[in-house]
Structures are given as C-alpha cells and as structure tokens.
Write a protein that binds this ligand. Sequence first.
Ligand code: PLP
Length: 411
Amino acid sequence: MARVNENYLKLPGSYLFAEIARRVSAFQAQNPDKKIIRLGIGDVTRPLPDAVIKGLHSAVDEMAHEETFRGYGPEQGYSFLIEKIIEWDYAPRGIKLDVDEVFISDGAKSDTANIQEIFGVDNVIAVTDPVYPVYVDTNVMAGRTGELDEQGRWSKIVYIPCTAENNFVPALPEEKVDLIYLCFPNNPTGTTLTRDELKKWVDYAKENKAVILYDAAYEAYIQEEDVPHSIYEIEGAREVAIEFRSFSKNAGFTGTRCAFTIVPKDVVAYTSKGEEVSLNKLWNRRQTTKFNGVSYIIQRGAAAVYTKEGQAQVKALIDYYMTNAKIIREGLLSLGLEVFGGVNAPYIWLKTPNGLDSWAFFDKLLNEVNIVGTPGVGFGPSGEGYFRLTAFGNRESTEEAVERFKTRLNL
Ligand code: PLP
C-alpha cells in the first residue's frame, strides 16, 4: 500500500492568492465596467534587456550546429557564468569566492525550498514574520514544524516579528535556533538591515553554530549606502551563511528562470556526534543527484547581464520600478498613511488605516478604488494590519492607482 508523506496534509490550502482571485472575480462579475489595477503580484512586467535577448539568440544559433551544440552541462552551472558572477557581483565588494562555491539554478524559489534537505529534521528553524511563504511550507513538508495553531503559527518554528514597533529589525531569538531564514531587502515589507544589524545575526550564528539562509533576491534594488548587498560583506559570514540570488527581479528572468546560490567551503553543520560536515560538499552532492543544470541558452542569456550594455539595461529596469515605488510611496505618505519599504525594494508595506484588518482593507480598496493588493496577514501572523503593494506594474497604471487613492479612497 502506497502511503503519502502526511506532512503535506498538514499544509493549509494556498489560501492567500486563491482567496484574492475569488474576491476579485466576484467583484468583476458584479461590476463588469470597472477597470481593476493589480498591484498585488510580485512578478515583473518589463521585457528582457536587449543584451540578454542577443545572448539568448546567439546561444540558440549555437545549438543548430554540430560543432557548437551542447547537451548536458555541468549540474553546478557553466564556468563562463560563474566567473562573471564572481567578477561583477562579488569581487568589487571585496568578497572572494571560488568557482566551486557558486551553484547556478533555475530559481531562488527552488533553492530556498530545497536547501533544507541537507539539514536534519531535528533542527530548530527561525523565520522573520511576515515572511516569503516558501521557507515555512518546505519545512512543513519535511516534518520540521510541529502543529499549526489558530493564529497560523507552527508549534516548532521560532517566529521573529518584524513590525513598525521594532522598525522591522528582527530581534535575536531568546531560545537557541539552528537554521535562520533572513531575506533582505525583504519581501513583503520592503525593508532592509544595516551592516551593524546584520552583523549581530552573523555573530549569533557563530556563537550558536547556526546557519543563516540569506535570501538576497532583491539585492539589485538597494539604493542606500549602509545596506549590505551580500551577507559576505560581514566578517565571519563565510563560516555561517548560504546566500541566494536571482536574475528574476533584476533582469526580468521570472519566466526565463536563472538564479544562483553561494555555499562557501567554510560553512559547516554537524553530525549527531558533533563532527563538522562541509555544506558545500552536501549541496554539491544534492544538486548533482537531483538537478541537471540550467539550459545552456538561458545561462548565456544570464551571462549577458555582465556586460557594460547589460548592466546599463538592468539599471534602467531597476530605475523604472523604483520610480514606481517612489510614486506609490510618496502618494500614500501625502495622504497621511503609514508607509514602509519602497526605498531599497520594489515593495511598499503600509499600515492599514483606522485599525482595519488586512482583508477588510483589501475589500475597501477593491470596492472603492478598484485596486488589488496583498493582505499582509497572508505572509504570517505579524502581517495582520498591514498591506503590500508592488512597484512592478507599468508606469501608467501605477500613476493611475495613486490618483485613485488620492481622489476616491475614503480614509
Ligand atoms: N525569494 C523571494 C524573497 C521572493 O520574493 C521570490 C519571488 O517572488 C523568490 C525568492 C523567487 O525567485 P525566483 O524567481 O528566482 O525563483
């Protein structure tokens, strides 16, 4: 008799986006003439940079000729891309990496989801709250999280609230934890940590022999000086941190799929007997067994990001979205709303006005101004009373959305 992994049965349904879709279609059915603006999704809307398109085209042509055709590539990624990542993203920040410390993948989602496999089921995990749901759900699937309570908290997860009260700076846990998921710039709050704030986490991890899983998918959006782009800018992080990056949000690869994960050779975890094990070796073993690499064509497209032309075009994309973020941020601030994020990230996180809960504010926005955002509570219990808007729309609809907030929303 085949039996299921019952941990999967503990997962609540994917309630958030299904419920949003349900409410939006009910509204649209009753109001077919209303034009809805969607500022809810975390997906980019601008086309791929021209340099990337050229890189993709020429790689497609290579596949047409016997001399340049490629079959299976290295599971860890081609060195032409890895070397460029090190040279352009890390070396200028004084970070030294070896080629075999960088693993190319098809997404930061897969890697942040899969990384937990190389850790024992008895690790205590900590997440900031609210949080990108992938970290929690994949640990539920693995049987690491205990039971779910009515507030949406798993009994064995340590939640670290990030709210306006603590300025979205997570406090170190009082109990001892083993695996810590950090995401900065943060989805959903759009907030960041300074070097000093991040250093406290690296020091904690060193003292407690913990590992930090650092999701820097939005690194390219950082504008302010004191915000680290990589956790390896912090002394000692090579011994305790794994970093995830992606081409999705900087170069528009959400549908094209390419990302990478840094697993330094110095970062270790322990056996039950206390022996050190290299996580680089384990991750390499995992990837070479379960993953057959990202397509040559796509890796050529990603490599084109690391050219003068590619860098200028990526910068223009980021500027476009960050101008949207500024328009939303300033528009909402001018209405007296409490607004966070949107400075080093494409997400604007606002406090729902008049004590409304996240879903009540969702309905109000949908009904009064026909704008769709994401209720903060969908990202975790500490997201209750907040709401996320994204800067990934086009300029025209972003401007129109802000105009609707100003002229039509009853605050
Ligand atoms: N990490 C965070 C924090 C995200 O918000 C997202 C996507 O929204 C991802 C990872 C996924 O990135 P990718 O497209 O590389 O899988």
